[in-house]
Design a protein around this ligand. Structure first.
Ligand code: CTP
Length: 469
């Protein structure tokens, strides 16, 4: 592989880099492009985030960029010697060439300025230690003191210096190693992997927000099971989702499940990842069986059962997602899918009533399709005939749902009678009774006793007014 990336750089980016170079030349400061942008160029990917290392004062340099080029207002972090701004379509970040001196008892390192080579040496992985020259004479030339190019070519993740120290200094790097292994499909070199195992406990000093951020990137990769297995084998997963690790070794005796719950779940996540890029839905796949270990019972007739795991699972999901600092929007969505994930399977029978379908449409609302995506991904049988049969069953459910929805519009259900009108017509004061009346109508519509229409609902109320005396 050549060690000049000149020909891989898009003319728009070249133009931006030339302009940045001009400012650095006028200021007599050396700068280099570093990190993920260079790594990704070698992988033939072109990113919009460009990191620069400044041999000198990055804050002052960024201020000069701001005075010279039509860039956005910069954001400065003087304590870290970092500044960032937006230019054209690119997010540019400037950092002092620096070294961090760690005191093991503290999360906050002392930061000192240094030269390019020491700066590169303190970086996380060899694949991220490349620096690219942007001077006209050597534009695109790579400085590669730790054989990063050959590690990219060989798909290897290793630290440039002693791995235990690299991870102990900044334990988030353990999550990053697994994230890169998963998203790039690289192997973590054995010594580096052993080091993660040895210092895994250090993850406890990292904030949950940063752990969750890396975890999301693992979940959003093409095959998240790679990362989940690595997180588990390195004793990291049990530090932030011990409930999931408990699913290991829990056998399933359903007709179409032979694997333990942990491996079944990994397969479901990989399968769902082929169908969706929604983080929410991938999380739902991760949590759908989370309560199986807790609800596992043995029955002489049926073997192992997991009754109520969707209800207990909803509660567990809620507390885990809160702990992991996910938003309420994600929390409510994932809880709902976990709660409903067994319902469609129960609706495949010939004699299933419209009312059962209406209830599911009402409960799933706009997330009905997502629920069906999870149900299909939840089929992990190795027997192709069975897979075909289960998929066909779900097709039948969807067909019935489309028919019922066309007629009853349950997905965007809004009570056809409004509280004010109820109070007026029945001469009632505001209070819990109004909610009860609305619920009474909702039930009648779900049962199919009346259609989802205003006049029918009022007629029904008039007929049944004795119920509210
Ligand atoms: N870095 C590091 N240790 C960290 C975070 C970052 O050594 N905990 C270094 C790496 O050299 C990395 C660079 O800082 O390449 C920029 O970090 P960041 O933008 O977070 O990551 P990228 O490698 O650019 O990758 P991505 O954008 O995919 O996160």
């Amino acid at each position: 592989m050549t060690n000049s990336l000149k020909n891989l750089i898009h003319p728009d980016i070249k133009h931006v880099l030339d302009e940045i170079y001009q400012v650095s030349r006028n200021q007599k400061i050396q700068i280099y492009v570093v990190g993920g942008f260079v790594r990704d160029l070698i992988l033939n990917k072109s990113g919009k985030d460009i990191d620069f290392v400044v041999i000198g004062d990055a804050i002052e340099f960024t201020q000069n960029i701001h005075n010279t080029l039509p860039v956005s207002e910069p954001v400065f972090f003087p304590k870290f010697g970092t500044a960032m701004l937006q230019y054209k379509n690119y997010h540019l970040e400037f950092v002092n060439a620096r070294e961090e001196l760690y005191d093991p008892s503290s999360r906050k390192p002392e930061v000192v300025q240094t030269d390019l080579l020491s700066d590169l040496s303190r970086r996380d992985f060899t694949i991220n230690t490349l620096a690219m020259d942007i001077t006209p004479k050597d534009f695109g030339k790579i400085i590669d003191p730790y054989n990063g190019i050959s590690d990219i070519k060989d798909k290897i993740i290793r630290t440039p210096l002693e791995p235990e120290k690299t991870f102990s200094d900044d334990p988030l790097r353990m999550m990053r190693a697994i994230r890169f292994a998963t998203t790039l499909n690289f192997k973590i070199e054995t010594i580096t992997l052993n080091a993660i195992n040895n210092v895994s406990q250090r993850l406890e000093i990292i904030s949950q927000e940063r752990i969750t951020d890396e975890f999301n990137k693992i979940l959003m990769s093409p095959q998240p099971s790679i990362g989940l297995e690595l997180l588990d084998s390195c004793n990291l997963l049990n530090q932030f989702i011990p409930e999931f690790v408990n699913a290991k070794g829990i056998e399933q005796k359903f007709e179409h499940h032979h694997k333990d719950v942990f491996y079944h779940t990994l397969q479901v996540i990989d399968q769902i990842s082929l169908q969706t890029d929604k983080l929410h839905l991938r999380l739902a796949a991760l949590f759908h069986d989370i309560a199986k270990p807790k609800t596992k019972r043995f029955s002489e007739e049926t073997g192992w059962t997991f009754h109520g795991h969707e209800v207990v699972g909803e509660k567990m999901t809620s507390s885990i997602l809160k702990r992991m600092k996910y938003s309420n929007e994600i929390l409510n969505y994932v809880k709902k899918i976990v709660r409903l994930h067994l319902r469609p399977m129960a609706l495949v029978n010939e004699e299933v009533t419209d009312s059962a379908i209406r209830r599911l449409l009402f409960l799933a609302g706009e997330d009905f399709e997502d629920l069906m995506v999870l149900c299909r991904a939840d089929i992990t049988s190795k027997n192709p005939k069975k897979v075909k049969k289960y998929l066909k069953n779900y097709e039948i459910v969807v067909k019935k749902a489309i028919e019922v929805e066309k007629r009853d519009h349950m997905r965007a259900f809004k009570s056809p009678v409004d509280g004010n009108e109820i109070m007026q017509k029945f001469n009632l004061e505001p209070g819990p009774i109004i909610g009860k009346i609305k619920k009474f109508i909702e039930e009648a519509i779900l049962e199919g006793t009346i259609p989802n229409e205003h006049d029918a609902a009022f007629e029904y109320l008039l007929k049944n007014r004795a119920c509210f005396k």
